[in-house]
Write a protein that binds this ligand. Structure first.
Ligand SMILES: N[C@@H](CCC(=O)N[C@@H](CS)C(=O)NCC(=O)O)C(=O)O
Length: 204
C-alpha cells in the first residue's frame, strides 16, 4: 500500500492508522503548496486532487478519509481499530463524519482557503471568521463526547485518528483545546504510532 500525503494535512490521520495496523506501507509526500495535487502525476491517480489518497496493493485507488479509515480497520482486524457492536460502530462513524464533513470541510476549509467560499476578495475575512466559528463550535461539541472517556468511543478506534488531526491543527495554530480534547491529544501523542508519524512528517 502507498499513502499519498501532505505533511500535517488531514492525511496525517490515515498515516496514524497505517502505523497502528503495522502492515507494510510506503508514503509519498505531495506538496499542496506547490500544487502538485493538480498536476498529472497526481490527478492520473486521484482526479479529486486531494490527500489522503491510498493506493492499494492491486493498484486500485481509495479516496475519502472515512472510506480509507474504514477499509484499513476492516482489513486488519487484529489491530482492533473498528469497535465491536453496532452502537460503538455507529458512534465511531458519527464522530468521523462530524470531524470530516463539518469541522474540516465547513470550518477549517473556510479558514484555510476562503477563496473557495467567498464570492469576492472583500468577503474573505468574513468567510474566515465564519470558518473559525464553525471550527470552534465543533471542538466544543466534540469535547463533550470525550467527557469521561479515554478515547472517542471508549476503546481506541479509527475515530481517534480523525479527532487527532483536528487537534493537531488547533495546537499547531498555537490555540488551546478544550479540556477533554487536550487530554485526548496527550493520550494520542503518547502512542508510539503517533510519534512515528510526527517524526516521519517532519514535526518531531
Ligand atoms: N473529503 C476529503 C477531504 C480531503 C481534503 O480536503 N484534503 C485536503 C488536505 S487536508 C486537500 O487535499 N486539499 C487540497 C485542495 O483542496 O486543494 C476526505 O475525506 O478525504
Amino acid at each position: 500500500m502507498k499513502l499519498l500525503y501532505a505533511p500535517g494535512a488531514c492525511s496525517i490521520g490515515i498515516h496514524v492508522i497505517l502505523e497502528e495496523i503495522g502492515a507494510p506501507f510506503e508514503i509519498e509526500k505531495i506538496s499542496l503548496r506547490d500544487g502538485e495535487h493538480f498536476k498529472e502525476g497526481f490527478t492520473a491517480r486521484n482526479p479529486k486532487s486531494k490527500v489522503p489518497t491510498l493506493i492499494r496493493d492491486d493498484g486500485s485507488v481509495l479516496t475519502e478519509f472515512p472510506a480509507i479509515a474504514y477499509y484499513l480497520a476492516q482489513t486488519h482486524p487484529a489491530a482492533k481499530l473498528w469497535p465491536d457492536g453496532v452502537e460503538a460502530q455507529a458512534r465511531a462513524l458519527e464522530i468521523i463524519d462530524y470531524v470530516v464533513a463539518t469541522i474540516h470541510m465547513q470550518g477549517f476549509s473556510r479558514m484555510f482557503a476562503p477563496g473557495k467560499f467567498a464570492p469576492s476578495e472583500a468577503d474573505a475575512d468574513a468567510v474566515k471568521k465564519r470558518g473559525l466559528e464553525i471550527f470552534e463550535t465543533g471542538l466544543a461539541l466534540l469535547d463533550k463526547t470525550l467527557d469521561g472517556k479515554d478515547y472517542a468511543v471508549g476503546p481506541y478506534s479509527i475515530a481517534d485518528a480523525a479527532v487527532f488531526y483536528i487537534e493537531f491543527w488547533r495546537t499547531s495554530g498555537k490555540q488551546p483545546l478544550p479540556a477533554h480534547l487536550a487530554a485526548h491529544y496527550q493520550r494520542m501523542l503518547a502512542r508510539p504510532a503517533v510519534q512515528r508519524v510526527l517524526h516521519k512528517e517532519g514535526f518531531a
